[in-house]
Design a protein around this ligand. Structure first.
Ligand SMILES: *[C@@H]1O[C@H](CO)[C@@H](O)[C@H](O)[C@H]1NC(C)=O
Ligand SMILES: *[C@@H]1O[C@H](CO)[C@@H](O)[C@H](O)[C@H]1NC(C)=O
Ligand SMILES: *[C@@H]1O[C@H](CO)[C@@H](O)[C@H](O)[C@H]1NC(C)=O
Ligand SMILES: *[C@@H]1O[C@H](CO)[C@@H](O)[C@H](O)[C@H]1NC(C)=O
Ligand SMILES: *[C@@H]1O[C@H](CO)[C@@H](O)[C@H](O)[C@H]1NC(C)=O
Length: 636
């Protein structure tokens, strides 16, 4: 690097950069001046890297002064001591972009993040550690946390505001009070690690809900306590709760809910723009600092969606649109403009905020590429050797995904019928042992699906020695609540009329690797398995191609007549589709995964049954509400 050509300012005249709490004036102080932030949440792991700048710029132009960002640990440490910060996972490049655009950052590095993200951001391999109770003072858990923080936080330290960067504050843990463990030793341990790695000047804080137990268990002296609540809450009462733990200092709502998430099989959630804008205005008029969760939700690509547990297992949809001000595809909504109006009003009353109020850049164009024909390529069971090149693991009884080190996706469990079953017998699993869906094939023929908290038995017939295969699908590990050990796979013995089946071959499937290596498009035709049955039911791969006219625009793909599965385009895993259950009917396809001037390769893994003539339909708008999509189907 060249030394600067002008002489550096003398040390004494350089203004000290500081970001602190002011307990006298009940506000933050930035470089000594009173300060409050208006912030929005965005998760870089839910936005393709080519779209980062567009989304951040729109957040800036909405009047935000700051962003709130989670770091999902499991996105960066797939195996113990193996780190990934490349491409879409380059959190430092993301932070550089926020600084370049003039946004401040409130960082939330966990180690627990919730966020409806797979296993709350924890790496799946933590669950394999014996006696590893999460999150607590278990030595194995703390050792894993500390080695992760020693990798992550040194990347953060030079970006702190005091060191010339744009990170003004750092959250320790997340809503720890909701976990009800009340383990202050754990929070104290984290506080020590954050201080040791980030220094004594950085502002550290916690966030909790407004229930008394949540604030009692989630707060600790030395960590500024903030709260979270949505537009349905009474602003005065909610901040009154924060005042009980922090009698002085800035009022902060760290998660003001602009919308809500969707679960498969439940109604599409939405929150009124008017209500969101009114609540925001009330908080800003009190002088509070507010972060809107989410400002831009994005997408749970691949296998990253989490799940909740409330009476039953509730997996989260692929879209994380969240009914947020900036839509899943990055389009400003009516809600964004309502929020922007509130911010401009409040800031000009307060003497301006130095924001840019130029017109927002237009929504990225969308394109309806129309119908694309697919054809069946192979039944999944016919290509096991390609999907599991290392061969199966033998085990007398089923092993979990965790035990065979499979983080996400799919595993095949294979055995043989021990006897003739001439009269239908009950194939079944103990309660809570199908995690989360099991697609059952007998002699390669699909017989039905076993489901967690749903159907757990099937009636079958067959001959001694017939091959029984169960394809187990992980639908995402639970991201909230006390049920933390959400193991995946076949967790108990599958039995035939209550006698346990044994002698299993277990195939961990590396489907994404095979597809990224050009399969099945690259499979030579000679290698096409001859045995592939022409039937439409059961797990099978379908392929097709389409070309883009000139430029690659964002699009939304609908699955008319399809059941449930996973979609890849040019090797990029766009996530799960499940039109049978809804409410989400289309998947977002960012233009950045498409190629211009050559065919785009589509791969579909359909799990239960494809339509008689397999087509996909590319639209220029999303369908989030299953019922709505049926009513408009005739016009498409
Ligand atoms: C909010 O709560 C305060 C205190 O309980 C009450 O005085 C006020 O009327 C409430 N506001 C609304 C809009 O309900
Ligand atoms: C979804 O569709 C149903 C039925 O048309 C409707 O009652 C509901 O309001 C819709 N929900 C949203 C969020 O649009
Ligand atoms: C945890 O899961 C089990 C079985 O799935 C269920 O019976 C129990 O009620 C759950 N506990 C909580 C606190 O949600
Ligand atoms: C499966 O059955 C075998 C033999 O009955 C038993 O030893 C084993 O503990 C069972 N496994 C589970 C997970 O229940
Ligand atoms: C599609 O697959 C073919 C065959 O493997 C490959 O040659 C081509 O490069 C792929 N196209 C894209 C856009 O990845």
């Amino acid at each position: 690097l060249q030394p600067p050509s002008t002489a550096p300012l003398p040390q004494a005249s350089r203004p000290a950069r500081s970001f602190q709490l002011d307990y006298e004036q009940d506000c933050f102080r930035k470089d000594g001046a009173p300060f409050r932030y208006i912030s929005g949440s965005i998760h870089y792991a839910r936005v393709p890297r080519p779209a980062w700048r567009d989304r951040l710029l729109k957040m800036y132009m909405s009047g935000l002064s700051a962003l709130q960002v989670y770091v999902p640990w499991n996105y960066h440490e797939p195996l113990p001591g193996v780190y990934d910060f490349a491409g879409d996972r380059d959190v430092e490049a993301f932070l550089d972009l926020t600084a370049e655009l003039g946004l401040l950052v409130i960082l939330r590095p966990g180690p627990y993040i919730c966020a409806e993200w797979e296993m709350r951001g924890w790496p799946f391999w933590l669950a394999r550690r014996p006696r590893c109770h999460l999150p607590s003072l278990s030595p194995a858990y703390l050792a894993a946390v500390d080695s992760w923080l020693h990798v992550l936080l040194p990347k953060i330290k030079p970006r702190l505001y005091q060191h010339g960067g744009n990170i003004i504050s750092v959250q320790v843990e997340n809503e720890y009070g909701s976990y009800y463990a009340c383990d202050y030793e754990y929070l104290r341990h984290l506080l020590g690690s954050f201080r040791a790695l980030l220094g004594s000047e950085v502002l550290l804080f916690t966030t909790d809900g407004t229930r008394a137990e949540e604030l009692r268990c989630g707060t600790l002296q030395g960590l500024y306590a903030t709260i979270d609540f949505g537009p349905g809450s009474n602003v005065t009462e909610s901040f009154g709760v924060q005042r009980r733990v922090e009698p002085k200092g800035p009022l902060v709502n760290s998660e003001y809910y602009t919308g809500w998430l969707d679960y498969w099989g439940e109604a599409h959630a939405s929150t009124s723009s008017v209500q969101v804008a009114r609540g925001l205005e009330d908080m800003l008029q009190l002088g509070a600092s507010v972060n809107m969760y989410m400002f831009h939700g994005g997408t749970n690509f691949a296998y990253w969606s989490g799940a909740d547990f409330k009476d039953q297992y509730k997996p989260v949809t692929t879209s994380y649109d969240y009914d947020a001000p900036l839509s899943e595809a990055g389009d400003p909504t009516e809600k964004l403009f309502a929020i922007r109006t509130v911010i401009s009003k409040v800031l000009s009353l307060a003497g301006g905020g130095g924001q840019h109020w130029a017109p927002l850049p237009p929504a990225p164009p969308k394109y309806a590429y129309g119908w694309v024909a697919l054809r069946k390529y192979a039944n999944l069971l016919d290509v096991l050797d390609v999907l599991c090149p290392s061969g199966p693991i033998q085990s007398p009884f089923p092993l979990t995904f965790e035990a065979i080190k499979q983080a996400h996706g799919f595993v095949v469990y294979r055995t043989q019928l021990p006897r003739d079953v001439l009269d239908p017998a009950t194939l079944g699993a103990p309660p809570h042992s199908i995690c989360d869906r099991g697609y059952v094939m007998l002699q390669q023929e699909y017989r039905g699906t076993l489901e967690r908290d749903g159907q757990t038995t099937l009636r079958v017939t067959g001959r001694a020695g017939d091959t029984l295969d169960v394809l187990l699908e992980n639908m995402g590990r639970i991201s909230f609540g006390a049920n933390i050990s959400d193991f995946k796979g076949l967790l108990g013995n599958l039995s035939l009329d209550s006698s346990p089946l044994s002698n299993w071959l277990i195939y961990p499937l590396a489907i994404d690797t095979a597809i990224q290596q050009g399969r099945p498009h690259g499979w030579p035709h000679a290698a096409l398995p001859k045995s592939s049955s022409p039937g439409r039911a059961g797990p099978a791969f379908y392929t097709g191609t389409f070309e883009t006219p000139g430029i690659a625009w964002d699009t939304f793909v609908k699955f008319p007549g399809w059941s449930k599965g996973q979609l890849w385009i040019n090797g990029f895993n766009l996530g799960r589709y499940w039109p049978r259950r809804g409410p989400q009917q289309t998947l977002f396809v960012p233009g950045s995964v498409l190629h211009v001037g050559c065919p785009n390769n589509i791969t579909v893994l359909e799990l239960e049954g494809a339509p008689p003539i397999p087509f996909l339909l590319f639209l220029d708008r999303p369908l989030f509400n299953g019922t709505l999509s049926r009513s408009t189907a005739a016009t498409e």
